[in-house]
Design a protein around this ligand. Structure first.
Ligand code: ADP
Ligand code: MG
Length: 270
């Protein structure tokens, strides 16, 4: 299928009050897209910016769990026949997840057009107020939701998450290629290499490159896009994600340094 035939270059439905939309994407699932979205959003917020977060991963929404908001339903009101959704506010971030509107125990067998409508509502029908950044956690791959979001909203830039393995790098390359297509044309803000190396808690200065070294940086160089940094494989990341309190809120070491640096490099590009 020639994707260019399915998309147009028109892109004008901005979200009022929102200055920048940052899309977090990856080719493969499970590489840490949600982890990066959440901690990048919190790092941007730590710099004093007003930040919102949309979890647009229809097939595996993780933001409700990562923010300790399972079972929460945002308030929705009718105003002159138009629905207004109030984003949930936690840790200083305004957020909405497709997961707030679906049954967490049921699969979501939606077809493309339904998914597109639902995702657009998260942008258009919510009271985001004034935001410096609206971070979007996209599903893996290069599908319907990517096309909907990039065609409907002026995305400022994309952050691409990969892990060091060749299978992930190959998919990240495809993801970058999609954003670079003339019909999509979203600037690549950079590549993040997650799970770049393992550091045991008892040996904080040791780095073990168990999946290979330097792949993310090399990919960035090859495609002439910025490299945003390495995030180590650390037990605390998955523990904090499961506990509903992202690591950047509490850690004052290597993780926060990495995410603050990532936030700085993103902010430089808006
Ligand atoms: P994705 O959104 O790409 O599917 P997630 O952010 O949900 O990926 O990460 C997948 C799993 O790996 C989660 O359980 C998460 O806590 C864990 N994880 C992600 N990054 C790291 C890391 N750097 N160190 C340890 N665990 C991680
Ligand atoms: Mg995810």
């Amino acid at each position: 299928v020639n994707m260019t035939s399915q998309v147009t270059t028109q892109r004008n439905t901005g979200v009022p009050g929102v200055k920048n939309i940052i899309a977090v994407a990856s080719g493969k699932g499970g590489v840490g897209k949600s982890t990066v979205s959440v901690n990048l959003a919190l790092a941007l917020s730590k710099t004093g910016a007003k930040v919102g977060l949309i979890d647009a991963d229809i097939y595996g929404p993780s933001i409700p769990i990562m923010f300790g908001l399972e079972g929460v339903r945002p308030k929705a009101t009718q105003d002159n026949g138009k629905t207004r959704i109030e984003p949930i506010e936690k840790y200083g971030i305004k957020l909405l997840s497709i997961g707030f509107f679906t049954d967490p125990n049921q699969p979501v067998p939606w077809r493309g057009p339904m998914v597109s409508t639902a995702v657009k509502q998260l942008f258009n029908d919510a009271d985001w107020g004034e935001l410096d950044y609206l971070v979007i956690d996209l599903p893996p791959g290069t599908g319907d939701i990517h096309i909907t979001v990039t065609q409907s909203f002026p995305v400022t830039g994309a952050v691409i998450v990969t892990t060091p393995q060749n299978v992930a790098l190959a998919d990240a390359k495809k993801g970058i290629g999609m954003f670079m297509m003339p019909a999509i044309n979203v600037p690549i803000m950079g590549v993040v290499e997650n799970m770049a190396y393992f550091t045991p808690e008892e040996l904080p200065n040791n780095k073990y490159y168990i999946f290979g070294q330097g792949g993310g940086k090399k990919l960035a160089q090859q495609l002439d896009v910025p490299f945003l940094g390495e995030i180590p494989l650390i037990k605390g990341i998955s523990e904090s994600g499961d506990a509903g309190r992202p690591i950047v809120l509490d850690d004052d070491g290597i993780m926060t340094t990495a995410f603050m640096e990532m936030a700085r490099r993103v902010a430089q590009q808006v």
